[in-house]
Design a protein around this ligand. Structure first.
Ligand SMILES: Cc1ncc(COP(=O)(O)O)c(C=O)c1O
Length: 372
């Protein structure tokens, strides 16, 4: 798609920019790590919410793509993607109907399951429509959000195995609670410990159930640690594509003070719109364009050191300037690394793709708002 705007600093703001060089580095690096260790990569589209970006991940070598919700899977399928794993439980008859509608068009669709009741509902819908489906058992390794505790996993597996409409293909275990632990060593210890509980489950299942091969796991914060677990077969990492300050602030194998494995491909552009106060200026990105969760947004550029962003209501932000820097003038465009990429991306319709300062493409955020 062509755009008449050539320079990113001429774009209307607030808007989201994806730096193509950094994005390509991130995609290739994660794929290379997976390839080198013999794991599949099924990246999570919940982060970027963009089927164009998901297609790039497949081109680079991903074996499929994850979706958090049925509506995300619908949008990915509409864009022609397959090999979709829905990583959250689908628990109501209405939503299960939508799930099976996707399955009818693409038998490679998989979902996780974590409760007898939703398993029974899925089984009933599949039988009524003469379908069968691959499922993963969602194992709760300490986040306590979804999934069945490891001690109850084999009992639930038996329930799945008793239903001919369901093929148990393995397990999912996502340790969300450890992803942002600052210390690399403490994070590694915590991740290996909690995923160890799921290792016991997959070992037992593999010993008795021929179809059980998949162990889908990991996040950006633990990608290089979880690779060391031989039983893990695929990584369902998401944030590594775009990155944000919440992730960039944690230690990594390369640097104990920052996350150096992947770069901040995602940037938010915002413009100075008012300059009548002492010590700060007002910019046009507030709560409605920069999600307030996670890390502290960072303003890029050495000429902007001494400036700190803070939220200033729904439509505005405050850029506080130290005594040593001059207040930026009206119309100045600032480039920020966002606090938490996923919910920020969900506030925008498109990404502007850039090389250097040049805008080279526009990709729709077509999964935006797909929260059902
Ligand atoms: C179930 C599940 N898997 C994978 C991910 C990807 O994690 P990250 O964005 O830390 O790479 C998430 C993110 O929240 C998730 O909820």
């Amino acid at each position: 798609m062509n755009t008449s705007v050539q320079n990113k600093f001429d774009l209307d703001t607030p808007c989201l920019v994806l730096d193509m060089d950094v994005l390509e580095h991130n995609l290739q690096k994660m794929q290379a790590v997976a390839n080198r260790t013999g794991k599949n990569l099924r990246p999570h589209a919940k982060t970027h919410k963009c089927s164009e970006l998901a297609k790039r991940q497949i081109e680079v070598g991903a074996s499929g793509v994850c979706a958090a919700k049925v509506s995300e899977a619908e949008a990915l399928q509409k864009a022609g993607l397959s090999g979709i794993l829905i990583t959250g439980p689908v628990a109501t008859p209405k939503k299960i109907k939508r799930l099976v509608d996707i399955l009818v068009k693409d038998p490679s669709l998989m979902t996780v399951v974590d409760h007898r009741k939703s398993i029974a509902l899925l089984d009933a819908e599949l039988r009524e429509r003469g379908q069968s489906m691959d499922v993963l058992l969602d194992v709760d390794v300490g986040l306590h959000r979804t999934g069945v505790r490891p001690s109850n996993a084999l009992e639930l597996a038996d329930d799945i195995l008793s239903r001919p409409s369901l093929r148990l293909r393995g397990i999912q275990a996502y340790a969300g609670q450890v992803q942002h632990i600052r210390s690399y060593d403490a994070r590694r210890t915590a991740s290996l410990k909690c995923l160890g509980e799921a290792v016991s489950v997959i070992r037992e299942l593999r010993a008795t159930v021929e179809s059980c091969s998949i162990f889908s796991s990991s996040g950006t914060g633990t990608f290089d640690m979880d690779l060391a677990i031989p039983e893990v077969t695929e990584l369902q990492v998401g944030s590594y594509t775009c990155m944000d300050m919440e992730y960039l602030a944690i230690g990594s194998a390369e640097d104990s003070t920052r996350f150096a494995s992947f770069g901040p491909a995602l940037r938010l552009l915002t413009t100075v719109v008012s300059r009548n106060q002492k010590g700060f200026v007002t910019v046009d990105a507030g709560l409605k364009s920069l999600y307030k969760h996670g890390g502290v947004p960072a303003i890029i550029g050495s000429e902007h050191s001494g400036m700190v962003y803070d939220w200033f209501g729904d439509e505005y932000g405050k850029v506080i300037c130290s005594d040593k820097v001059e207040l930026p003038s009206i119309g100045t465009v600032l480039e920020l690394v966002t606090s938490h990429c996923d919910p920020t991306i969900n506030l925008f319709d498109c990404y502007y793709l850039t090389r250097g300062a040049e805008v080279i493409d526009v990709w729709p955020i077509d999964l935006r708002g797909c929260s059902q």
